[in-house]
Design a protein around this ligand. Structure first.
Ligand code: ZN
Length: 523
């Protein structure tokens, strides 16, 4: 959208809200447009790094360096997490935080710009959700907001932060516990989507705890002297059986699932160590705590039955998500003013090829923004979780969904990576960055908006529940997760890192013509 059009939309639609002057917002939007190339490079680079939770070493260093070069003060390794950082800038005024996730997922390596499943490195991690786009988008937004604040001498401070290990629900409860959001007045978060929108109230994302139970037994020759052994795997199996019997008597709202993360070495050795990793989910803090306590009891019972002992480690936690109404309404006005990207026929053709090749319901890239999601318009919960919830119960927060992915792809799956280093991802991040920058300016320049946001947080949100995570002082972030996997796979993945000095885009480096419309049908 041109500045003139943006101005007129903002002027006609913003009347109901306390908002920054439309001219300031138009400047921020123009500044984001000027960063289009940098944004594409950041998105493509992070896609090529494809680092899973806690191992976002290159991603984190690369993005923190960019912020440093742009005048932000970077503190690395915050909250005892090596790949976490904060990047701050500004003086006086409100402190507005801006965050998005940066981690990939195990086993979903995917060649971008290709509509069929085609790993770059077999069994390697990949951006099978699109977390490669979120922080680049926020960085572009922060730089734009900062430029406008400097030009117009607007007091205020920014704090950019990465969601490390979100796919493990691994860090945000620890960020909160370690005081990362102390003094923050409001927080804008962003998550990749196929639509462009935001919402408020209980967003229907479950709370959850991720916990690994490790049983300790006694090893023995499984054939010659089995009576000498106590099988840790027996403990794991009985725990799982008991959990599945108990499931009948749990609230219907719960969702729980597990994997045996260590089942022993080989059958003729009685395993002295075995582990099972559970996710317990439900819609509120108390229900999550109840599931966790039930799991702990069942683990104890299984240990008693098998003559083993059991220990547990909390690997992650996520609070239910709750969006702040005044900020969501302000952001929504900005989303409306910015509008959807202008999709090309090539973008639409590639999106359609992905859907066709993978048997998904056809749906074009949307050309209209998503209606504001409210408690009145929302239908039921979504089952999944996002640890931004912990921040949402600490400071007034919203999540902006920006349109960098294709409708009907499966998250946590190679299909959700296919478009994430193509013009679809790049264009979606440009509009997302504009809306985020404009919302930052609203928060910086209109004390009433901040006051309303705090009032809603205190007097509406905190009246429904109180933040009550199950993590305790002795729980630590699981920073060694994925270390061994990456030690094995990184040498193979490095060959695919994007060299932006040599190639205009990552697709150019990989020799992929856009749009590649091969749906594999002839094979
Ligand atoms: Zn995500």
């Amino acid at each position: 959208m041109g500045i003139a059009a943006l101005l007129s939309t903002a002027l006609t639609s913003g009347a109901a809200h306390a908002a920054a002057p439309a001219a300031l917002k138009a400047e921020a939007a123009a500044d984001v447009d000027a960063q289009t190339k940098n944004l594409q490079v950041m998105i493509d680079k992070v896609f090529s790094f494809a680092e899973p939770g806690f191992q976002e070493v290159r991603t984190s260093a690369y993005l923190a360096d960019i912020l440093e070069k742009n005048g932000f003060t970077v503190t690395r390794g915050v909250a005892g997490i090596p790949t976490a950082f904060t990047a701050t800038w500004g003086e006086g005024g409100p402190l507005i935080a801006m965050g998005s996730d940066i981690d990939g997922l195990l086993g979903v390596s995917q060649t971008p710009g290709v509509a069929t499943i085609k790993p770059m490195v077999p069994s390697a991690p990949g951006h099978g959700e699109g977390h490669n786009s979120g922080l680049p988008m926020m960085i572009a937004a922060a730089i734009a907001a900062k430029q406008v604040m400097i030009a117009h001498k607007i007091p205020g401070r920014l704090m950019i932060w990465p969601g490390v290990a979100e796919e493990l629900l691994g860090t945000k409860a620890f960020y909160v516990r370690e005081g990362m959001f102390k003094g923050v007045d409001a927080n804008i978060f962003a998550h990749v989507n196929s639509g462009f929108g935001t919402g408020y109230g209980d967003l229907g994302l479950n709370g959850m705890v991720s916990v690994e139970y490790t049983f300790h037994g006694k090893t023995a020759h499984a054939a010659a002297m089995p009576w000498d052994g106590r099988s840790a795997l027996d403990g794991v199996e009985l725990m799982d059986v008991a959990w599945n019997f108990r499931r009948e008597h749990l609230p219907l709202s719960q969702r729980s699932h597990y994997v045996i993360s260590n089942g022993g070495g080989q059958p003729n050795v009685v395993p002295d160590t075995a582990s099972v990793w559970y996710y317990f989910r439900d819609s509120n803090f108390a229900a999550v705590r109840n599931l966790y306590e039930t799991g702990n009891q069942i683990a104890q019972g299984a240990a008693m039955q098998t003559g083993t002992t059991v220990t547990r480690q909390v690997l992650g936690y996520a609070a239910p998500n709750f969006g702040n109404k005044p900020i969501a309404e302000a952001a929504y006005a900005n989303i409306k003013a910015v509008g959807m990207p202008k999709w090309s026929a090539d973008d639409q053709a590639f999106a359609s090829a992905i859907q066709k090749a993978n048997g998904f319901k056809p749906a074009p890239l949307p050309t209209e923004i998503t209606p504001l999601s409210t408690p009145e318009t929302r239908k039921g919960g979504m089952g999944a979780s996002d640890d931004i919830g912990d921040v949402m119960w600490t400071v007034p927060t919203i999540t902006i969904g920006y349109p960098s992915n294709v409708p009907n792809v499966i998250f946590h799956h190679a299909t959700a990576a296919m478009a994430m280093a193509t013009p679809i991802a790049h264009k979606g991040a440009v509009v997302g960055a504009k809306a985020a920058a404009m919302t930052v300016l609203d928060l910086m320049t209109t004390p009433k908006l901040l006051a309303d946001a705090k009032d809603y947080f205190q007097n509406v949100q905190l009246k429904t529940q109180t933040y009550d995570p199950v993590i305790v002082a002795s729980d630590k972030p699981a920073i060694h997760r994925n270390e061994t996997t990456m030690a094995q796979l990184r040498p193979f993945m490095e060959k695919f890192y994007y060299d932006s000095d040599k190639y205009p885009t990552y697709l150019d480096q990989l020799g992929i013509k856009y749009p590649n419309l091969d749906t594999g049908a002839a094979k």
